[in-house]
Write a protein that binds this ligand. Structure first.
Ligand code: 13P
Length: 248
């Protein structure tokens, strides 16, 4: 039985003092959950967030990393750097990074490998645009993105990868995929993993849904057979709302 994993993606929001306050308020609200709770915060919040969440069930993640260990890459942060301060998770290949920062399936794959090398757990985002969806290409796009992202990983690494299915048209738009649609897309991703890595591996992979998840739709989405929780953007910036999502 897979557990549910609820991750907040704060994107470029929250100053350190706001992050500390948020986590202090969140701790008692989620301390009894059986679900995994992760906050993926800006680099400048990581250290404060890790300290504040220490000895609690709240895990901390970053939102991106470089695939190289070190070197002349001005402005970049490596997996080794994240690991050195005890970060546990890292989002890789978010559609905003694919769209604005030239992230490709190839760099996503390299970053996932670098994450595992540094004992970080990757949360890998895949998802189709509205145009691709309307052209009936959703399944083709998301299964191909998944296949390329996971290329060359060991079975154990694949089983430990979290995938976030985030239809791009649902991100920050208030439009959510229907629970059936989201579940079918996630099933297609799981089937693709099964084809390549076998059922033993595919049945272990956590696959989240992301895109306008709120406290009012979390339960119906997360109760679907193949949806193992969510990657939450806007609604993860309010303690009350996020804790309701965690405790769906
Ligand atoms: P919203 O929840 O704001 O739609 O964002 C989803 C997302 O991009 C999470 O990574």
């Amino acid at each position: 039985m897979r557990k549910k994993v609820i991750a907040g993606n704060w994107k470029m929001n929250m100053l350190p003092n706001e992050a500390i306050k948020f986590i202090e308020e969140l701790i008692p609200l989620v301390k009894n959950t059986e679900h995994e709770v992760i906050l993926c915060v800006p680099y400048t919040d990581l250290f404060y967030a890790l300290l504040t969440a220490q000895n609690t069930n709240i895990k901390i993640g970053a939102q991106n990393m470089h695939f190289e260990e070190s070197g002349a890459f001005t402005g970049e942060v490596s997996g080794e750097m994240l690991k050195s301060i005890n970060v546990e998770y890292v989002i890789i290949g978010h559609s905003e990074r694919r769209q604005y920062y030239n992230e490709t399936d190839e760099t996503v794959n390299k970053k996932i490998k670098a994450a595992f090398k540094n004992e970080l757990k990757p949360i890998v985002c895949v998802g189709e645009t509205l145009e691709q969806r309307e052209a009936g290409k959703t399944e083709e796009i998301i299964t191909k993105q998944t296949e390329l992202a996971l290329e060359g990983l060991t079975d154990e690494q694949v089983a430990n990868t979290i995938i976030a299915y985030e239809p791009i048209w649902a991100i920050g738009t208030g439009k959510t995929a229907t629970k059936e649609d989201a579940n079918n897309s996630i099933k297609a991703i799981r089937n693709k993993i099964e084809q390549i890595y076998g059922q033993k591996v595919s049945s272990r992979v956590i696959i989240q849904y992301g895109g306008s998840v709120k406290s009012t739709n979390a339960k119906e989405l997360f109760e679907m057979s193949d949806i193992d929780g969510g990657l939450v953007g806007g609604a993860s910036l309010k303690v009350d709302e996020f804790s309701k999502i965690v405790n769906f």
